[in-house]
Design a protein around this ligand. Sequence first.
Ligand code: AMP
Length: 478
Amino acid sequence: MMIHSTLSGNKEPFQPIHKNRVNLFVCGPTVYDDSHIGHARTYIAFDVVARYLKYRGFSVFYLQNLTDVDDKIIQRASELGAEPASLARKFEKRYLEDMHNLGVTNVNFYARATEHIPEIISQIERLMEKGFAYETQTGVYFDESRFEDFGKLSHQTAEDLERHRIEPDPTKRNPGDFSLWKKREDKEEVTWDSPWGRGRPGWHIEDTAITETYFGPQYDIHGGAMDLIFPHHEAEIAQMEAASGRKPLVRCWMHTGFLNVKGEKMSKSLGNFVTIRDMLQRYDADSFRFFVLSAHYRSPIDFSEGALEQSRRSLERIRQLVKIIEEQLECSETPETASEALQSEVDIRLAEAKAKFLEFMDNDFNTPYALGAIFELVRDVNRRMNEKTISRKALGDAKNLLGEWEWILGISFSSKGPEPAQKPEDLIGSLIELLIEIRQKLRDKKDWQLADDIRNRMKELNIVLEDAKAGGGKYTIK
Ligand code: AMP
């Protein structure tokens, strides 16, 4: 099995530290708001990684942290007049619900930063003892200049690093030194006692304290989206390798590409986001997973209603086949067996399809190609059914193979039964959605006049349309 590692920049044969046991860590969210579908992209990608490793016989321990103390949480809580801890719990709960609704079910343990303060302090103490960290009036900092390998993950030279400046703080030795412990006296803030006075941990140290607690100083796979390569993951390497004296911290660094909107990263700060909750009101989780997996996890993926709709329709084709297979299996006219020649032809075809799927997944989790292998089989089985050259046994085998694939991808291929005849009110809803889609196409072409006309005419009909930044829009009937 080959996995691309950001550290080497190459695909490498995957070999866990302990035979067939895999320790997998993925950076979890900062819980100050609802997660958006960009976050979902990354967590679905790693859910499939965990599923596939399990399918391949590895025993996977999948750990995720929850950043429940952070500037953003404190700021949001003060804006809302809420307690930071209760705000963090609220959004943690909502995040876990979102993950459950998306079928992201393979994380074994979620570790809260605030429940690992002693481990964080112990790691900082070791860094101080070894001369990699120093204390100032404002906090404790990692001395980047003492760690020779700094920059190895993001492939940056000392000069490149010079350009990145974080936290201009005159008390630091080097501008790039990052915070391990923030001294805070303010009663409004969330603080803990430490050898350096009251304060709270820096962002990077929580992850290495958590992974050291559960995995030790070295483990197999660390994941996140590519925005975390620098400085976050670079800092993790520095902290843990300096504290333990052992390297590498991680055998394989995996980074996902962004979910973009019109070429720009979906993010809270740009305001171009769609929350997981909003998306799930309009689409089912399986269609969204299908959409995510239709791109390779390292490639960017551009979100649009049209692309999601396309995924829903593609998935429907597989579901349609499964439904027909089920009907054929029930039907007494379906032949039990085919001629030996036809049977062996189907056996070979199924074995080939399975081998292709595995070959693509073994090649750095190439899900778009794996989906292609599924559609090849779908076409083949459809053809054989039309020609009535497929036996009950072969249909059963095809169904089992599709069952294996749906487990790996976490997408249900089961037909949801015949679509109920549309009620008139649903039809109105569908027509409004259609108008919204057409308007979006006009807006994309900058035909503002016609787009505005449609909105005004809809308003005359008491349908009020609110454009969304990410495209499309919401409507209310007054
Ligand atoms: P955050 O809560 O912002 O730290 O993000 C949680 C995880 O989602 C991190 O791994 C981020 O890198 C990832 N992430 C954030 N935005 C996107 C996006 N637009 N596409 C893919 N992953 C993202």
